[in-house]
Design a protein. Structure first.
Length: 606
């Protein structure tokens, strides 16, 4: 079981403290014992000095004279009064006298350490256990010369009970003080360790909070130690991380918002041809139901061989590859693909950008068709004018019958050129946003009546019945009378042109919310469904031969659609082949408090 920091510190401090106290106690006890033994030794030396001075002179060893023996015993008794044990030993280790035991019962002392040292050096001492009296003694022996020319050893001994008692009392007092000190210092150690570990735990929890994204600062103490410095440093680190992550998050969100809102498809591919990122437009362009998951293989997502090959070229080392891809079969979409290398990391990658250029290709096609159609439309009348003019100049002017017919043809084609030129100028103004509109309050009934009166003669010529059906309470509309008349007149003329004799044409109007819808219905030949989405294109004709036969330019419906959009309305058609057509256009209701559609001349509002 792993110990936490608190117990590690506490046990370490307590162990060091215990070892220090034990070391101090043992050292103090030993020092006291040495001092006590030294004092006893000094006492023995003093006793020995006195004993040497008073020792009797022996003429023989062992003494044979009674007076020498009595003198020896008398000396021992005097020295015994000092409290020391006195022993007289011969050079051979024989005990001559002892103050506490019978010499006859004592063993030879020749091998006693103090005896050996005294014989060799003059003095000797030792501490050992006395078997004779069963007690620890401190011995001190001195060599003493005699008249018998053989030295004797005077040995003095004091018991160590006093030293042991003093050391024992000191040890008890020292251990009691040590235990008290250990408890006090141990308590302080525990408190310090607990305080230290609590601070470390707070810093640990704080670092975990920072790792989890919580960057609130941790309060620091006032002790000014290393932990406070560490806490302050962690707070600064957390603040910088918070700022950095916030900046990165804002940049990521901004990048995600930009990439997500882009109409261009963007994807990032790694060196293993795995898709790391793609925006919704990328999936939409490729016709995917859901965006590719990160890590999907490029060949699993992209079916266009040209795009895959371009990506592989970039991954192989080329910095940039541009290509054009086409998707779809019936309705083709064109995309400009730009693949650029990414070398910001150790592994190479590529960024794919798909830009939809379908509208551009359509505009190019429309432009080509427009130029071809304009050239074709101009060529026919110009050829006729040129041919008949040359014929007249070649001599036909002298033929009154042919001259008048040729001149009428020239005039007719000149008017067609004029109408075509006027329509082109009108479209040019619309494209340049220079169309002038005079928005006024206009009664719907008045607009329809004037157009019906103009078209009535032509309708009678073709045996067509023109009628009007106005709803109740039709409000006044906001529009340019002349431009709206052009739109309605064009729709009525088309209905007359493409309705067989005996047919019917009806102009109706009804109010819908904040606009009025005007409808021109006929019982004519109708328009095929495939052509209905294109009849508002410039120069587009459903029946080319008949349109040119009646003198149409192919621009009327295109101009009408532009005019309605300029009014803030719209123009649309509903038709079925053989059952006639219904052209609808909507115009906003006049509101004095609401400004009408803005018209511009040279970029300025009228």
């Amino acid at each position: 079981m792993r110990l936490n920091l608190f117990w590690k510190l506490a046990l370490t401090f307590l162990t060091l403290l215990l070892v220090a106290l034990i070391g101090v106690d043992i050292s103090a006890e030993r020092a006291l014992r040495r001092d006590s033994e030294r004092a006893v030794m000094e006492q023995l030396k003093a006793i020995a000095g006195v004993g040497q001075a008073q020792a009797p002179v022996l003429s023989s060893l062992p003494p044979s004279k009674s007076e020498e023996i009595d003198g020896l015993h008398a000396w021992i008794k005097r020295m015994q009064a000092s409290g020391a044990r006195v022993t007289v030993i011969t050079q051979q280790g024989l005990v001559l006298a002892d103050s506490q035991s019978d010499p006859q019962t004592m063993e030879n002392h020749a091998k006693r350490p103090e005896v050996i040292d005294a014989l060799a050096q003059g003095t000797g001492h030792s501490i050992r256990h006395s078997v004779t009296i069963n007690s620890d003694l401190l011995y001190y022996a001195v060599r003493q010369q005699t008249a018998a020319e053989q030295p004797v050893l005077l040995r003095f001994a004091l018991p160590l009970e006093t030293v042991t008692s003093v050391v024992s009392d000191f040890r008890n007092t020292l251990w009691l003080a040590s235990i008290s000190l250990l408890m006090i210092l141990g308590g302080v150690t525990l408190l310090v360790s607990r305080s230290f570990t609590n601070r470390v735990d707070r810093l640990t929890v704080f670092s975990k909070r920072v790792a989890e994204g919580d960057f609130h600062a941790e309060p620091t103490g006032s002790s000014g130690d290393a932990l406070d410095s560490l806490g302050a440093s962690l707070n600064q680190t957390a603040a910088r991380l918070n700022e950095t992550i916030r900046t990165l998050t804002e940049e990521r969100n901004l990048s995600s918002a930009i990439l997500g809102s882009m109409v261009e498809g963007v994807a990032v591919v790694n060196a293993g041809e795995r898709v790391l990122f793609s925006n919704p437009s990328f999936a939409s362009i490729l016709g995917l139901d859901v965006p590719p998951r990160p890590g999907s293989g490029l060949v699993e997502v992209v079916r266009q061989t040209e795009l895959i090959e371009a990506v592989r070229k970039v991954l192989a080392g080329e910095p940039r590859v541009e290509s054009e891809i086409v998707t779809g079969t019936l309705r083709q979409h064109f995309f400009a693909a730009t693949i650029a290398a990414v070398r910001a990391t150790e592994a190479n990658g590529a960024v794919i950008v798909l830009h939809d250029i379908t509208d551009l290709r359509k505009l190019e096609r429309v432009r080509r068709d427009f130029v071809a159609n304009v050239s074709h439309e101009f060529r026919t009348p110009l050829t006729a004018i040129q041919g008949f003019s040359e014929t007249l100049l070649a001599g036909a002017m002298n033929d009154p019958q042919n001259r008048d017919r040729f001149l009428k043809i020239i005039v007719e084609h000149s008017r067609r050129l004029a109408r075509l030129t006027e329509d082109l100028l009108m479209l040019s103004k619309m494209d340049a946003d220079r169309l002038e509109l005079e928005i006024r309050k206009l009664p719907v009934e008045q607009l329809i009546t004037s157009c019906i009166e103009t078209a009535q003669p032509r309708a009678k010529e073709k045996d067509l019945r023109l009628s009007v059906n106005l709803g109740k309470n039709i409000p006044e509309i906001a529009g340019d009378r002349r431009r709206l008349t052009e739109v309605l007149q064009n729709l009525i003329d088309n209905a007359i042109q493409y309705t067989p004799a005996g047919g019917q044409i009806m102009v109706s109007a009804e109010a819908r919310d904040s606009e009025v819808v005007i409808t021109v219905s006929d019982t004519g030949i109708g328009i095929p469904e495939a052509d209905q989405s294109r009849i508002f294109e410039r120069f587009y004709r459903v029946d080319v031969a008949r349109s040119r036969e009646v003198g149409g330019t192919g621009l009327g419906l295109s101009i009408a659609k532009h005019l309605m959009e300029a009014h803030g309305g719209k123009l649309w058609v509903e038709s079925e082949v053989g059952n006639g057509s219904q052209f609808h256009f909507s115009v906003p209701v006049f509101d004095a408090e609401r400004p009408g559609p803005r018209s511009r001349t040279n970029g300025r509002s009228n």
